[in-house]
Design a protein around this ligand. Structure first.
Ligand SMILES: *Cc1c(COP(=O)(O)O)cnc(C)c1O
Length: 368
């Protein structure tokens, strides 16, 4: 039987993120212990222990959760997808409660809010989260607000919210704050330290990092909120498979090196794209590895670009080692305030010169 995984609470204050990513959640350094936590394939456990049943816990989940929790500075829970994590958090809002959320949040999150609203579960108000004063006014103007949902940077508009200021305003009003930290990852932004109550991730993206697994996660600081979310997971059953979780943990081990290369590539591509005549505007928040050029030629130019490359893969999703892109308005659910010519680039870890050569030859052929 594998020994209990490493306790992150003894290492979190002293060690830096790259060390935590590599070392937390491993078996003890003892003779014959594996270096990696095993994939525990079981639906049940010998009775009267702490685990009991496969929907309540799994040692492979624990290793992933300890590692992500150490990086975010809280307690983590693994879910079967980012959306399973998102909807679990929304379940905490009491019936009739109100949620303030970004108008340009991930369209699945906006869709989940609209779905809950259509069933009379809650009310959703979509706001421009770059306008701090407007968000604070929305929080103050509705006494039923239970949750402020933030996503920063937003997907795909790459807008930034003032997380510390909004958390401070929400705290005064007793409103919980959730931050979708999928784009920034815990290496570039730690929302709990900025005052947020709950962090949510699509671990499908940077955390797993290889476009081969769907997973989500929630991280919280407060034990009571942790208990409520764990209770929802136990009941609703949106749990990940042990193999998926093992892959996500394997991905998390290299997040810092993948992100460093991808972000360096993104900075360079953002700079070169801004000088290309086919590009009207480049959205890049200055960190991370998502770049969103808006093509001067609109939808037609975007649709041409995504068919005219050989390295860049035309595919949705993001955060893998390989570079992918798509014109976001090809999705009918994407709001009209996202420009037709916006192409979201998920910059990978290939050689940046090859990535640019491939993009440039396609951009050069767009009819002006
Ligand atoms: C992809 C994504 C989600 C949803 O995650 P899944 O793993 O696809 O269910 C949520 N938020 C953001 C910002 C995303 O990019």
């Amino acid at each position: 039987m594998a020994a209990p995984a490493h306790d992150p609470s003894t290492t979190a204050p002293a060690l830096r993120p790259a060390t935590l990513a590599v070392t937390v959640g491993r078996p003890p350094h003892d003779p014959d212990q594996p270096l990696n936590v095993p994939i525990t394939m079981t639906s049940t456990y010998g009775a009267t222990g702490d685990l009991e049943y496969g929907r309540f816990g799994n040692p492979t989940w624990s290793a992933f959760e300890e590692t992500l929790g150490a990086l975010e500075g809280g307690r983590a829970l693994a879910f079967s997808s980012g959306m399973a994590a998102v909807t679990t958090i929304l379940d905490l809002v009491g019936t009739g409660g109100s949620v303030i959320a970004p108008r340009h949040a991930y369209n699945g999150s906006v869709g989940a809010l609209a779905d809950a609203e259509s069933r009379g579960r809650l009310r959703a108000t979509l706001v421009d989260t770059t306008d701090t004063a407007a968000v604070v006014a929305a929080l103050r103007g509705d006494e039923d607000v239970a949750l402020l949902w933030l996503e920063s940077p937003t997907n795909p508009a790459l807008e930034i919210a003032d997380i510390p200021a909004l958390c401070a305003a929400a705290r005064e009003l007793g409103i919980r704050v959730v931050v979708d930290n999928t784009f920034a990852t815990p290496l570039l932004q730690q929302p709990l330290a900025l005052g947020a109550d709950i962090v949510v991730h699509s671990a499908t993206k940077y955390i797993a990092g290889h476009s081969d697994v769907l997973m989500g996660a929630i991280v919280v600081a407060d034990d009571e909120v942790y208990g409520a979310l764990k209770g929802r997971r136990d009941l609703a059953g949106a749990v990940p498979g042990p193999f998926e979780t093992w892959l996500a943990l394997r991905g998390l081990r290299t997040l810092h090196v993948r992100l460093e290369r991808a972000a360096a590539n993104a900075v360079e591509l953002a700079r070169r794209l801004a000088d290309h005549p086919a590009v009207a505007e480049v959205r890049y928040p200055g960190f991370g590895a998502i770049v969103a050029p808006v093509l001067a030629g609109g939808a037609d130019a975007g649709d041409f670009l995504v068919r005219a490359t050989s390295l860049w893969v035309h595919a949705t999703s993001l955060g893998g080692v390989e570079s992918t892109f798509e014109r976001r308005r090809r999705w009918k659910v994407e709001p009209a305030t996202i420009p037709e010519g916006l192409v979201r680039l998920s910059v990978g870890i290939e050689d940046v010169e090859d990535l640019w050569t491939d993009l440039k030859q396609a951009l050069d052929r767009i009819d002006a």
